[in-house]
Design a protein around this ligand. Sequence first.
Ligand SMILES: [Zn+2]
Length: 259
Amino acid sequence: MAKLHFLGTCSGTEPMPGMHHTSLVIETNEQYYWFDAGENCAYTAYLSGIDVLKTRAIFLSHMHMDHIGGLANLFCCIRKMISLGRGQVVKDNTVEIYAPRLDLVDAIKGVVAEDLQNFKALRFETKNTRTFEGLIHEDENLRVTARHNTHLKEDGTHGWHSYSFLIEVEGKRVVLSGDVGAPSELDALLEDGCDLLVMETGHHKVKDVCEYAQQHHPSRLRFSHHGREIINDRPAAEALISTYPLDIKIAYDGLVEEI
Ligand SMILES: [Zn+2]
């Protein structure tokens, strides 16, 4: 059974008690696929029993700090496990990284390399999502489709730098919103059905997201990337979502959801 680990559920706020910036991990076939890598993600993953050496790929929705702030530490943690003799990364000692700004991924790798010997023993295969979308990754475990959104107020002239993802895994369809300009930007990812929708509420009202979900009928809706509405008064948000005839929950750091 595939699982979704919520490592961090906060939007890009100042530090909040009990929550960290955005990072999700899909576990399937004893391997891990990261979707964003906000602060503290490696720490939380390691202490919750996720074997970072079983990482297959890292998908970055966009390069804002609340989505990549933990990437350097994730690289470090993987490399540390190798240097401690815990093994190698599961597939050819290689981590695939999908990102819309490979220059920034390289910069982070450069910082990490300063501190680590033999960093080159670990291979990174980087793929630029800026120039293409649609099906971006397929292996024996899952398929990932990317769809751009307008979070960065772009018109696509220079490619796109912000994405949401559809993951097809073990016969289920999971949609993870990046930071979207409007919920309707997920329409194309939801049109063939959705078993689990994880929607950001950093830029949208809880009520608006619930009403959007009513139109598209995901089997389950989980809120993440929480904004002030949920952070400031979670009980009020929970009362509001309970008025909708849908399976909706507000995720928290450490939640593990079966897909
Ligand atoms: Zn964000």
